[in-house]
Design a protein around this ligand. Sequence first.
Ligand code: GDP
Length: 632
Amino acid sequence: MRGRKSKRAKRQEFEQMQAPSLGGVTVPRGDGSTVVRLRRGASLSDFADKIDANPASLVTVLFHLGEMATATQSLDEDTFGTLGAELGYIIEMVSAEDEDRELLGAFDIDLEGELEAEGDDVLEPRPPVVTVMGHVDHGKTKLLDAVRSSDVVAGEAGGITQHIGAYQVHHEHEGVDRAITFIDTPGHEAFTAMRARGAQVTDIAILVVAADDGVMPQTVEALNHAQAAGVPIVVAVNKVDKEGANPAKIRQQLTEYNLVAEEYGGDTMFVDVSAKNRVGIEDLLDAVLLTADAALDLRANPDKDARGVAIEANLDKGRGSVATVLVQSGTLAVGDSIVAGTAHGRVRAMFDEHGENLDVALPSRPVQVLGLTSVPRAGDTFIVAPDDRTARQIAEKREAAERAATLAKRRKRISLEDFTQALEQGKVETLNLVLKGDVSGAVEALEDALLKIDVGDEVELRIIHRGVGAITQNDVNLATVDNAIIIGFNVKPADRVRDLADREGVDIRYYTVIYQAIDDVEAALKGMLKPEYEEVQLGTAEIREIFRSSKAGNIAGTIVRSGVITRNSKARVLRNGVVVGDNLQIDSLKRFKDDATEVREGYECGIGLGSFNDIQLEDVIETFEMREKPRS
Ligand code: GDP
């Protein structure tokens, strides 16, 4: 009994170790529910580490699944998912947030734990942070202007003179002086971008709706974003001064979106305003404070190192990196070591929206900070670190993590070459294109011609955007979202935009001749576009002597005449300029008795060409490699 059982167990173990369909390599298999956690930007090596496998065998398995990657190359989640499924593992990618949490944890910084531990004894009220959203032209900018000029303090200080990305106003509410912070970039794009990066900046959203226009697409978009983020909304019904304004209709329309006005029995405050005539602004600020007091518990501990979010930042010629940050908890002081995203440094000076120098900034205060070594991105979180060294190390670690993640992502997007493959695998059905050209005639001609390509039923060609002028950041963003390829006809992107495309893995192709662009797209659609390779000569060696060996065949004693001879490179043999042996490889390469990996011009070496023995004195061995040819 025992013998039989153990035999079966052994066999099972053996079967588990084998993956015959995958090139017969041995990989420890999971049971289908084994979870493996990987970081963004992890490689096959990292995966191999976790499951105690040989990285090379994972390369083989992946190859048999139709993907080629080296052991150390960063791969994306999809690739790991496919590989994991094949081997019986569930792959979980560590989210960027978790990764950062772990990173900070290594420095004994636990932001969430810190917040949870704060009780009533340390929490103090802080002003609400407001973002103004709404449809284009409904008056967001005008309203921000009106609020700015309503500031009771600004009246004394000479008004808010600086645009720093956010400002704070003071307002007398029920006899008490209260502060409110406004994010000075209207629209939900900034709001969403920050939220996408994990930053929750806004406490309350003011939804601006023009009373003469009503609820429009971006109104709905904005309120969806706010509701998704759980941010209470105050509705500013704007342009009530205009003829044809119908504030009641706005209230009516918005009930459909669960925004029911108080006067209709709901709990959303609607305030009629005219941003232009600065009417109703005080009421709007009252409504913001009433909503904040009713719906939110806005308190923070001011008595610790500051934590917050970068709102906007730029590089100033004279002052270096200038970043506006919003302090969310703690107190930021001049001299603090801070790290914001991958930027770090020491706070050299701080300014408020009046251009006044500040020594400290309390929760909900936006301040412009000088002293960072580089420019953080909007939505990057910032923290005060115990010292400069820690700040620098955190920044460097984040940068490394980001680089790895970017590398993994870069593989992911589509290029015109992989389109064919993706098409065959049924991963895509549509080729999305963004067309940019130098003159509108060319763009139209290109678009017409592209749309005339007969592509059959399985695949669709969509031109998601076209335009005249250089390839912009917006084009790249669009291509990123829709997995599109950008075609530039006589136009190129700025370096900054090219870098972005590179980071995002967006394929930009440049053409100066229309039919070439059409040919390429047609070829991709019909599954014929293969990368073009060209041969690049690496080195030549002349045969001066021939050593005959029964074991290794003929060895050519040569002198390298040009370039370098490298072991394993492709080779051919020429006699009087005529090829007498092709498709060969430098099988062995020796300097005297020792194996060499490469031998340079002017040196002698022994070359073995594997089973090819037909060599004569004065033959030339030429080595070369195939390089992918950039298309023009
Ligand atoms: P945004 O696109 O939402 O930022 O809108 P703007 O603030 O740029 O305003 C769009 C247009 O509406 C501008 O021409 C403003 O002058 C005008 N506008 C804004 N608020 C009012 C208002 O209360 N009354 C009137 N009559 N016009 C307004």
